[in-house]
Design a protein around this ligand. Structure first.
Ligand code: SF4
Length: 105
């Protein structure tokens, strides 16, 4: 890895689907949270990371490093606004949202 060749600590974390927790709907490290903290995008109503250039058509991988890299501003608010196109068009998204709402009770 390029960062290690330059004497920085670096770990690449691939998606860990085999460690997926069905109750928490997540794995050991949330790539979605890492994406929002790095300013990559926000978590949309469809529960995917939404990026301005590519929408949700992205594949997330996280790299942890002590290299002094420039970072984006964390995104802590959804930018879906009044849009609900994914919810209205996808029965599985509606089902996911209903299930998540039940867990908050
Ligand atoms: S609500 Fe609209 S902007 Fe947000 S994830 Fe769904 S389709 Fe995308």
């Amino acid at each position: 890895m390029l960062l290690k060749e330059r004497d920085f600590e670096a770990v690449a974390l691939e998606p860990m689907t085999e460690e997926f927790d069905e109750v928490r709907l997540g794995a050991g490290l949330s790539h979605k949270i890492a994406a929002t903290l790095s300013g990559t995008g926000w978590i949309g109503r469809n529960a995917l990371v939404i990026t301005k250039p590519f929408g949700s058509a992205v594949w997330l991988t996280t790299a942890l490093t002590d290299a002094p890299l420039e970072t984006g501003m964390p995104v802590d608010e959804s930018q879906c606004g009044s849009c609900a196109a994914c919810v209205e068009s996808c029965p599985w998204t509606r089902k996911y949202i209903k299930r998540a709402a039940r867990r908050k009770l």
